[in-house]
Design a protein around this ligand. Structure first.
Ligand SMILES: [Mg+2]
Length: 214
């Protein structure tokens, strides 16, 4: 095993959906939100601006986040479970760093038996009725460069080589602080990210990663 630490993205990587796009669909804003997501993931629009804009358009409720959590779980990317089990067997430290939201992310990471302390996500603020109030901006993941900050912190704490796996431009940026980046294009194909990556996976199966990790 080449790496002691592996850091996964969640949307379009461990899960075959983009949570925020699914939230948009719930509000009949599917196309508008999807367009914004695509622009941010490929680096054509600043991530932080898109993050806030999408949230202000949707203003998701806590109940809606829990629906997305179920969707994440039901749309696990093929091979994800097998890969995580294998990584556990290799004694690899497994992390998830996502610009998605804590409440829905745990639904998927619990299923994969990834420790909650190793899951880094954004936190939304709700009132007592579960209505949207805002985002906790003390967590850096809502803005440009946030993933990279978290990756650096993980690497300070955990010895050994670290690889990042993801599909967005932010994952590639984050991986520049790490020892390697694997672009997983099996769910969302983004040529702008693929050209930057040394390792590109086109198959829609995460088990393929094993060949590059051994
Ligand atoms: Mg992603």
């Amino acid at each position: 095993m080449k790496y002691q630490n592996i850091i996964f993205d969640l949307d379009s990587t461990l899960s075959s959906i983009e949570g925020i796009d699914e939230l948009g669909k719930l509000r009949n804003m599917g196309n508008r939100i999807k367009r914004l997501t695509r622009e941010a993931m490929s680096g054509r629009l600043p991530f932080g601006d898109v993050f806030i804009r999408r949230l202000e358009l949707i203003r998701p409720t806590l109940a809606e986040l829990l629906i997305i959590g179920k969707l994440y779980k039901n749309n696990l990317t093929p091979g994800a479970g097998k890969l995580i089990e294998w990584l556990v067997g290799q004694k690899t430290n497994i992390f998830v760093v996502t610009a998605g939201y804590t409440e829905c992310s745990y639904a998927l990471t619990d299923k994969l038996k990834i420790f909650r302390k190793n899951v880094f996500a954004n936190k939304l603020i709700f009132d007592l009725n579960g209505e949207f109030m805002g985002v906790d901006k003390s967590i850096c993941l809502w803005r440009e460069g946030g993933k990279r900050e978290i990756v650096s912190k993980i690497m300070d704490k955990h010895k050994g080589k670290t690889v990042c796996v993801g599909d967005g431009i932010g994952d590639w940026q984050a991986a520049r602080a790490a020892d390697g980046f694997i672009y997983f294009g099996g769910v969302a194909w983004r040529p702008e990210v693929a050209v930057k990556a040394n390792t590109v996976i086109k198959e829609r199966n995460l088990w393929k990663l094993k060949d590059y990790l051994e």
